[in-house]
Design a binder for this molecule. Sequence first.
Ligand code: EPU
Length: 430
Amino acid sequence: MTKYIVEGGKPLYGEVEISGAKNAAVAIIPAALMVRGVCRIENVPQISDVTLLLRILEQLGASIRFVNRHTVELDCTHIRCARTNYELCQRIRASYYLIGSLLGRFGEAEVAMPGGCFFGGVRPIDQHVKGFSALGARVTMNGGFIHAKAKNRRLTGASIYFDVVSVGATMNVMMAAATAEGTTVIENAAKEPHIVDLANFLNSMGANIRGAGTDTVKIQGVRQLTGGTYAIIPDQIEAGTYMAAVAAVGGEVLVKNIIPKHMDCITAKLQEMGVEVEEHEDTLLVRRLHPLRKTNVKTLPYPGFPTDMQPQITTALALAQGTSLVTEGVWSSRYRYVDELKRMGASIQVEDKTAIVEGVDHLTGAPVQAYDLRAGAAMVIAALAAQGQSEITGVQYIERGYEEIISKLRALGADIYAVEDAPELSMRAG
Ligand code: EPU
């Protein structure tokens, strides 16, 4: 078991290069399965979720070659099988994208029920099923697998109105519909940057998708997708996490390789808190010179404040002057990390979907656990800001979505390193 040791209280100075977006990569890699020919994907983040998805594709018969650290060539031409590996699929949430892509390619898919981060509430996929069914697939669940099969081997375009705004359902149905017969219209679609990225990827491989990034997406089905080259967008949440770290810890950091427009919802909130953010073409200079001010945050689908930044901003607000309210508007529950912050001296009360955060003037280092990916990012920020030493366990969650977090932070002057815990001491991380 790996754990992170952090000696807190050192402001962050320097530059950090943001990697490709996790939540775009975990959809684009399964979508590559629909392509006949070589598909070259650039700006691929080196994170464990990506490694797992590539292994799943390899087991299905894809040939995979890393051209360099962040560029991968995938050739899925010879994949014949629509049944995925149970053990690998159930370890990752994004394996549900294999349903859309396999349905699009073969008219059939058999995928293990998805795993991934547990926030304390349910993570339903009824809207995915609604979409596939509207396209003419029969979807059943049996023995831990989801089985979907098009009635006539090819799906048929349809109009779909989602009951809730869902990133996963929008992307999954976009993939399945890309090679369906006729036109599909998705209404009440999600608008996150990674939705646009997936549409751009599919279009660059020959699909015909319009309107991604608005709440109506139109997909004119094509017979086949063919190879090409595509570069994944930068990770909005990774960038936001480093920005929140500067807010909590202090210092001045140039956040590089970002799309400033994607950052607006996070930048605006940090500015309300008194953080200075200077925007350049593809960088943001983030500086905290004064004590943080309280503010209120409500997470919402894009372009609202992202739920995947909720634990990180709450951690910064735990050190702001005054009382802030943070309301979770996407998930039914996402506050498991709050007890860990309290162990470090934070004063936070959770009432239903709202956290009442009374700012304290410092946090104190402690042994804490990362319960999920973004909760883990919050623990890192809290430990960097705290006085004294912290030990963070459960870091495998952090490594699902943050490429080289230790070396990126060390380059900013943070005192953080990873150690291997003796097995008998790693019970808490279990
Ligand atoms: N929902 C339904 N039915 C569905 C699907 C979703 O009721 O069929 C509900 C959910 O319960 C939730 C809301 O709709 O309340 C939004 O869920 P969404 O489908 O948008 O989430 P997701 O696709 O499962 C992705 C990201 C999450 C991120 C959310 C929201 C991936 C692999 N995951 O999840 O990312 O929180 O969108 O933006 O892309 C993370 O990166 O840490 C992470 C958890």
